[in-house]
Ligand binder design. Structure first.
Ligand SMILES: [Zn+2]
Length: 83
């Protein structure tokens, strides 16, 4: 039985390692390009061309729950229009 507390601490200390392990949430490619700004960072998959918020990749464990940047923008736009 793995120790849950140790596992979480380990992940926090190896943030970049998670990208190599999980790769793109959509096509599982390991070839991700990182774009960083002051406010955050995005990772673009060189295989399927989708972009993801770095924060989402780090905080959401289930890849099927991670939206692409495009999907998130469409969601925000739809929300604003219905207002
Ligand atoms: Zn991909």
């Amino acid at each position: 039985m793995p120790n849950r507390k140790n596992k979480l601490g380990h992940m926090e200390n190896h943030r970049d390692f998670r990208f190599e392990k999980f790769g793109c949430p959509r096509c599982k490619s390991k070839k991700m390009i990182r774009f960083a700004w002051d406010s955050g960072a995005e990772l673009e998959c060189t295989e399927c061309g989708e972009r993801f918020d770095e924060e989402d990749l780090l905080t959401i464990d289930d890849p099927s729950n991670i939206l692409t940047v495009k999907e998130k923008l469409a969601f925000i736009r739809a929300f604003k229009e219905s207002d």
